[in-house]
Design a protein around this ligand. Structure first.
Ligand code: SF4
Ligand code: SF4
Length: 138
C-alpha cells in the first residue's frame, strides 16, 4: 500500500526495534543488528521480504493522526496478520505511550469500529474495549 500523503519512515526505526522477526531470530524489543539508529537499514536493498512488506498504520492510513508518528510518539500501530488484532506496540522507553489521551482516543475509535484492540508494552498486554475499559490480555 502506498504511504499516505506527506508521510514516510524518515529517520524512524521503531519497527526494527520493537517487533519480533522470526525469519532471523530477532526478539521483540531489541534493535535489529542491521539497523543504524536514526539512519535506517544498513542492508536496505537486500533486507528480507518480511521487512519489505511491513508498513505500520501511521505510514499508510490517513485516519491515524500525523502526531502519532511512531518515532516521536513512542508507539507503533499495526494490524497483526495472524490474529487480526489492532495493535499498539510501545517503545520500551515509553511503555505508557498507549495511555496518552491522543493515542487512547484513536484506540477507542478503532475498538468502536469493531477491532480487537490490544496495547503491548514489553511482555505486558492489555485489551482496550469500546467502553474505555482496559484489562490484561494474554
Ligand atoms: S514504524 Fe512505521 S514509520 Fe516507523 S520505520 Fe516502521 S513502518 Fe516506517
Ligand atoms: S533488516 Fe533492516 S528493515 Fe529489517 S528489521 Fe533489520 S534494520 Fe529493520
Amino acid at each position: 500500500m502506498p504511504a499516505a500523503p506527506g508521510r514516510s519512515c524518515g529517520s524512524c526505526t521503531l519497527c526494527c526495534q520493537v517487533l519480533e522477526i522470526e525469519e532471523f531470530d530477532k526478539p521483540a524489543g531489541t534493535l535489529c543488528s542491521n539497523c543504524k539508529l536514526g539512519g535506517g537499514c544498513k542492508i536496505y536493498k537486500k533486507r528480507p521480504e518480511v521487512c519489505q512488506d511491513f508498513e505500520c498504520e501511521w505510514l499508510t492510513e490517513r485516519d491515524v493522526a500525523v502526531i502519532l508518528n511512531p518515532d516521536r510518539f513512542g508507539a507503533l500501530l499495526m494490524i497483526d496478520a495472524d490474529s487480526d488484532e489492532y495493535l499498539v506496540v510501545c517503545d520500551p522507553k515509553k511503555p505508557q505511550s498507549w495511555r496518552h489521551p491522543l493515542m487512547f482516543k484513536h484506540l477507542l475509535a478503532k475498538a468502536k469500529e469493531g477491532h480487537v484492540v490490544v496495547a503491548k508494552a514489553g511482555t505486558m498486554a492489555w485489551r482496550v474495549y469500546p467502553n474505555g475499559e482496559c484489562a490484561p490480555w494474554a
